[in-house]
Design a protein around this ligand. Structure first.
Ligand code: UDX
Ligand code: UDX
Length: 476
């Protein structure tokens, strides 16, 4: 027996909630889907009539929004009615690391999750399936269960009829930049929960486009933990290859060849082995810190120290890169112009959360550099917020006591008069830079620091530019 689902509500119209609901709406035109968010500005951007200002840049997303919005996909701030009408509610709100109090710096702040559970408890009617989509610490479902259970007040029940809930965990494995493809062709769909009827109802939705063999069901805690561990393993791979990049730079080996050779082993596999400026994004660091917190809580101190190192290597890699830039520019970058290519945490997204560019730019600013920052999708306002420093649109100043930064709209302007260019995000357009032109407009001696192995450095070198690439000694 399955419960028939007609109406879905998703709380949280962010990088997860927005694309996930867009794909469900497209694949299931018979479902009515309402995405709600407390942020009015974000909702009005989702409703932008000509779709030029969607709050999230994600390849393929605009097309689906155009097709489904206003038909079976709606964005609003109207929480109460949409909760009331929903047979199934997805919780996709953010769960940042706690800034203060118990577990500060490690544990997830669940205040938004709790707020959602309370709103659901208050406004839902009849039987509602509640699904954890946000990545959460293990056993968060218990908190949600407690709050929802507490709402089943006898007098109230008499008034509105029976009010019951089933809680499922259905973690999202999409990666930004490839979210639509990841959602349409998932490696697996993971569903945790005890209520078989609710689990079947969710499976039935996914079966509209996902092969049954890819849908894996388990208990709630295994599902919650699997998401944390998947992210921890992925991040660990990046810290591993980044630690190898430093060994390669010291010994003269090439990290890209090492990654290829190592990845040819079927047991290791070729993916996710690109050395770079360290991992960013909203999940990896937060999830590992959360794992560390859980391990400490259970007295597993060696295990927590093991995972903590993955984060430490990541911080170290970012610091290492800013130090290398300063060292190669004769130990001082005060008053020098440095072109920064890429500010998002990876290509094909406008998301800058935990982007390595933030720490690296801040370190260069502290050394007094004038940064010209170019990113095809990140706005100057976002950069200003992340760097916590006002943009300086004036001409370059030499002998800076304090660094300055300015956003740049073209590759040429970013390079004009620059002493060095630093490539921090793997945007495809950086592969096709016209180095003959760039060499002419830079100040000599000029440098390129390629932290993503994205540039044609042989070409750059042929025009007299000094080159440095991640995981390779300066001998090319
Ligand atoms: C997601 C996941 O949910 C998180 O657990 C994961 O680890 C990172 O990715 P994401 O979609 O990227 O979060 O977050 P974000 O883009 O910040 O979107 C969350 C949205 O929820 C925001 O728009 C926020 O306004 C909204 N929100 C938050 C609510 O609508 N109600 C709340 O009570 C809290
Ligand atoms: C990640 C997980 O991949 C996804 O399954 C989960 O749901 C959310 O967290 P995301 O953070 O969007 O997704 O992007 P991802 O592609 O995993 O990249 C994370 C960071 O690692 C980026 O900064 C990226 O540049 C970096 N990275 C990735 C590398 O440095 N090298 C690689 O080989 C791969």
């Amino acid at each position: 027996m399955t419960k028939e689902i007609k109406n879905i509500c998703c709380i949280g119209a962010g990088y997860v909630g927005g694309p996930t609901m867009a794909v469900i709406a497209e694949q299931c035109p018979f479902l009515e889907i309402n995405v709600v968010d407390i942020n009015e500005n974000r909702i009005s951007l989702w409703n932008d009539p000509d779709l030029t200002n969607l709050p999230i840049y994600e390849p393929g997303l605009k097309k689906i929004i155009k097709k489904c919005r206003g038909k079976n996909l709606h964005f609003s701030t109207e929480l109460e009615n949409n909760i009331r009408n929903a047979d199934m509610i997805f919780i996709s709100v953010n769960t940042p690391v706690k800034k203060t109090g118990i577990g500060a710096g490690q544990a997830s702040d669940l205040k938004w999750i709790e707020a959602c559970a309370r709103q659901i408890a208050e406004h839902a009617i009849g039987h509602t399936i509640v699904i954890e989509k946000s990545t959460l610490p293990v056993k968060t479902a218990l908190t949600i269960k407690d709050i929802l259970g507490g709402s089943v007040n006898k007098d109230y029940q008499k008034k509105i009829g029976q009010k019951t809930f089933s809680i499922l965990s259905n973690p999202e494995f999409l990666a930004e930049g490839t979210a639509i493809n990841d959602l349409k062709n998932p490696d697996r769909v993971l569903i945790g929960g005890e209520d078989e009827i609710a689990v079947e109802a969710l499976i039935k939705i996914y079966l509209n486009w996902v092969d049954r063999r890819k849908i894996f069901t388990t208990d709630l805690w295994s599902s919650e933990l699997s998401k944390l561990i998947a992210n921890a393993f992925l991040a660990q791979r990046i810290s591993s290859i980044n630690s190898v990049s430093a060994i390669c730079e010291s010994t003269g080996a090439d990290v890209n060849d090492v990654a290829l050779a190592v990845g040819m082993d079927k047991r290791i596999g070729p993916h996710f082995l690109n050395s770079g400026p360290g991992f960013g994004g909203s999940c990896f660091k937060k999830d590992i810190l959360n794992l560390v917190y859980i391990c400490d809580h259970y007295g597993l101190n060696e295990v927590s120290a093991y995972w903590q190192k993955v984060v430490e290597i990541n911080d170290w890699q970012q610091k290492r890169i800013s130090n290398i830039i300063v060292k190669n520019l004769y130990g001082t970058i005060s008053g020098k112009k440095i072109g920064i290519f890429g500010f998002s945490f990876k290509a094909n997204t406008n998301d800058t959360r935990e982007s390595p560019s933030i720490k690296i730019c801040k370190a260069l600013l502290e050394e007094g550099a004038n940064l010209y920052i170019y990113d095809p999708k990140v706005s100057a306002n976002q950069i200003e917020t992340d760097l916590d420093k006002k943009e300086n649109k004036l001409e370059l100043t030499t002998n800076n006591l304090e660094g300055t930064w300015s956003s740049s709209n073209t590759i040429d302007n970013t390079a004009k008069g620059a002493d060095a260019l630093v490539f921090l995000t793997d945007w495809k357009e950086f592969q096709h830079i016209d180095w003959s032109n760039i060499a002419k407009v830079m100040r000599s001696p000029s440098w390129v620091f390629d932290t993503r192995s994205i540039c044609d450095l042989e070409k750059a070198k042929s025009f007299g530019i000094n080159i440095w690439r991640i995981g390779f000694s300066a001998m090319i």
